[in-house]
Every structure is written in structure tokens, then in C-alpha cells.
Design a protein around this ligand. Structure first.
Ligand SMILES: *Cc1c(COP(=O)(O)O)cnc(C)c1O
Length: 225
């Protein structure tokens, strides 16, 4: 029988507790971001009913369709975790509370024109095989300065997506590198770790794990963005 969302969430929380215990950290230090991309808005409602409050979506257009159904859930916050094209910044600034994928000063300046304050993270590309977007570590000092100069944006940390590997230990060096980069710039937020490798991310200091498959099951093929 298919496991219910409640059972899947329990298993994620158990894995999370064990990882936190191994490194002496507490549950309150970590946000569990429920990644609902490709699933219908009912997935957000179901996760909300179980107490989850932070949700990750990858595509502005896809979330635009779900937003009317979920925007009134008290305390729910929506993170954009997919690449943001500059022609969609205005809409993204209206729909999302957190943009985790800022990777250029131009994007930051456009988001800064949004009608309200936004929390943002800078996506860092730590290897050529990882996510296609993200700023190179070399570009970080200038980019951080540019984002900090945007009065409507609050820079909370860095985000990364290592190259895909089944072995979570392959992700660990990238997680460690992100933590070092954040620390060297006085940033504390670290969005790293997904369904298969979040324990390693927790051990390396993650403050936000982005979990889709482990909560909602395997995704149907994604729609075009
Ligand atoms: C889809 C996605 C996730 C969730 O991945 P799972 O392996 O399903 O947990 C996390 N982060 C980003 C950027 C994603 O695109």
C-alpha cells in the first residue's frame, strides 16, 4: 500500500532527528521546505494540514496557477527554488516570499523593484555538472555587495544544488564548501540538502533542506517551465 503523506513526513522527521542528534544540533535550527513542484495545489494544502509552513516551487508560471488556492493559508511561505528568468522577476516578487535563486546583480536590482520586501538567497554554482544556474564563487563578493545594496531585499544566505549522485557522500564536499563561503561573508542561512542527501547537508550545517520526493513520492514528468 502507498505510504500516506503523514507516514512519509514521519520518516523524514525521524531521519532529520537522527542527523541532528549526530551533530548536536536542534530541530529549531532547520527549516523543512516541502518541494511541491509538478504536484497540484492540493499537495500544498495536505502538507499545510500536517503543520508544514514553508513550500518550494521551481517555476513561476506553474506556481501562478496554484497561488490563488493557497495564498490565504495563514503563515505559509513560498520559496522560489528554480532558476528565475529576468522577464519574470516582477511576477515572482508578487508570488513568492523568498527567492533562493538570485545569481546576478541584474536580477537582484529587478527584484528590488517588487512592491514589498523579499527575503533572498544567492544560488552558488560549485561545479560545472551541478545546477545550470548559480553564481560562481569568484563572483560572490561583488554580488553580495550588490544585493546588500538593495533596500527591499534581505539577504539571508546561500543556496546550492550539487551534481546529482545517488551517494550522499558525493554531495558532502559541496555542502561543506557552501558553508565555508557563507561563513566568509558573514551569512548564516544555508539552503542545501534534498530527499536523498539531507543528512549529509544537516551535518555540514544546512539551515534549510528542500525535500520533494521523500514527502510526495516520485514526480510525474515536469511541465515545461
Ligand atoms: C526538485 C528540487 C528539490 C527537491 O528534490 P527531491 O530530490 O525531490 O527532494 C530540491 N531543490 C531543488 C532546487 C529542486 O529543483
Amino acid at each position: 500500500m502507498e505510504e500516506s503523506l503523514r507516514e512519509k513526513l514521519d520518516r523524514v522527521e525521524e531521519r532529520l532527528s537522527r542527523a541532528l542528534a549526530r551533530c548536536g544540533r536542534s530541530r529549531g535550527e532547520v527549516t523543512l521546505l516541502a518541494v511541491t513542484k509538478v504536484f497540484p495545489y492540493q499537495a500544498i494544502e495536505a502538507a499545510y494540514a500536517l503543520g508544514l509552513r514553508e513550500f518550494g516551487e521551481n517555476y513561476v508560471r506553474e506556481f501562478e496557477a496554484k497561488h490563488p488556492h493557497v495564498k490565504s493559508l495563514p503563515g505559509a511561505r513560498f520559496h522560489l527554488i528554480g532558476h528565475l528568468q529576468s522577464n519574470k522577476t516582477r511576477r515572482a516578487g508578487e508570488l513568492f516570499d523568498v527567492i533562493e535563486t538570485v545569481d546576478s546583480a541584474k536580477l537582484a536590482r529587478r527584484l528590488n523593484e517588487a512592491p514589498r520586501r523579499l527575503d533572498v538567497m544567492i544560488e552558488v554554482k560549485l561545479s560545472p555538472e551541478g545546477s545550470k544556474s548559480g553564481a560562481a564563487p569568484m563572483e560572490l563578493p561583488a554580488l553580495i555587495e550588490a544585493v546588500r545594496g538593495c533596500s527591499n531585499l534581505r539577504l539571508t544566505g546561500l543556496m546550492t544544488m550539487p551534481p546529482w549522485s545517488e551517494d550522499p557522500e558525493e554531495s558532502r564536499p559541496y555542502f561543506r564548501r557552501l558553508r565555508e563561503l557563507a561563513a566568509s561573508h558573514g551569512l548564516t542561512g544555508l539552503s542545501m540538502g534534498m530527499s536523498h542527501d539531507f543528512e549529509a547537508a544537516i551535518e555540514e550545517g544546512s539551515t534549510c533542506i528542500r525535500v520533494g520526493t521523500a514527502l510526495f513520492g516520485r514526480r510525474p514528468k515536469p511541465e515545461a517551465a
